[in-house]
Design a protein around this ligand. Structure first.
Ligand SMILES: Nc1ncnc2c1ncn2[C@@H]1O[C@H](COP(=O)(O)OP(=O)(O)O)[C@@H](O)[C@H]1O
Ligand SMILES: [Mg+2]
Length: 246
């Protein structure tokens, strides 16, 4: 479980988070939406131990986020996939796990790459892969790391709309297979609804939780969900919350 209480993060002359409390159950999927600059990235970075809170606390499965990250229990997927350009897809996937001091497992790495549809591209370097494929490598890398918590910061923000839809359906499937605990930042309302058990709206800075809604849609959620009336209703409801209507 991820649990944060009274989180405040101050930069030099700006309070980015204020008194923010949040809990995510094991295996839960929380999506976070909010306007640009409201503090979403700072929240994720703080949950993952990349940013030290000025006040308040975070626990990731009972440990400090820094310790959880050191042990490879937290994986990040950023908008910019952050792959090493000189390494192949397979090497990118295995490298991070090695850095976390976990035993090498090349068979496992190949399996994860196959799961994200890249079995034919294990030896490809990032420059030869499309944007969606690079993000698949970044996701495979976080899963192979063995992280039980995935923090995803607008991972599909740079992708075209169709690839983006395809990738979010893919994430639903991966999450079903691997049962990770996920906090997923997006500025797409349909994406937030498709993926989340729960959707949080932030406003700020300082980032505060403006509203929260559970997304009551059956799982598994696949491509067909986009056309369902229930999905459209949830999207409309979240959009009203986002615009401050009830
Ligand atoms: N390291 C930093 N130092 C100073 N200000 C920062 C730093 N990181 C983020 N900020 C500021 O904090 C606010 C929230 O930023 P961020 O968390 O990146 O928002 P979001 O991800 O929602 O766009 C912004 O005003 C941003 O300029
Ligand atoms: Mg951001």
């Amino acid at each position: 479980m991820i649990s944060s209480e009274g989180l405040t993060v101050e930069f030099d002359d700006l309070t980015a988070l204020r008194d923010l409390s949040l809990e995510v159950d094991d295996g839960g999927f929380v999506t976070v939406i909010g306007p640009s600059g409201c503090g979403k990235t700072t929240l994720l970075r703080t949950l993952g131990g990349l940013e030290e809170p000025t006040e308040g606390s975070v626990s990731v499965g009972g440990a400090s986020p820094a310790a959880a990250r050191r042990d490879g229990r937290v994986g990040f997927v950023f908008q910019d996939h952050a792959l090493l350009p000189w390494k192949t897809a397979l090497e990118n996937v295995t490298f991070l796990r090695r850095m976390a001091g976990k035993p090498a497992d090349e068979t496992g790495a190949r399996e994860v790459l196959a799961t994200v549809g890249l079995e034919k591209f294990v030896d490809a370097r990032p420059a030869t892969l499309s944007g969606g494929m690079k993000q698949r490598v970044a996701i495979a890398r976080a899963i192979h790391l063995g992280a039980d918590v995935l923090l995803m910061d607008e991972p599909f923000g740079e992708l075209d709309e169709l690839t983006r839809e395809e990738m979010s359906v893919e994430i639903c499937r991966i999450w079903r297979n691997y049962r990770k605990t996920v906090v997923f930042v997006t500025h797409s309302i349909p994406e937030a609804v498709l993926l989340g058990d729960r959707c949080l709206g932030l406003h700020g800075p300082p980032a505060e939780i403006a509203w929260e809604r559970s997304i009551d849609l059956p799982r598994p959620r696949d491509r067909g969900v986009f056309e369902s009336a229930a999905f459209q209703e949830q999207v409309a409801a979240v959009r009203r919350l986002f615009h401050g209507e009830r």
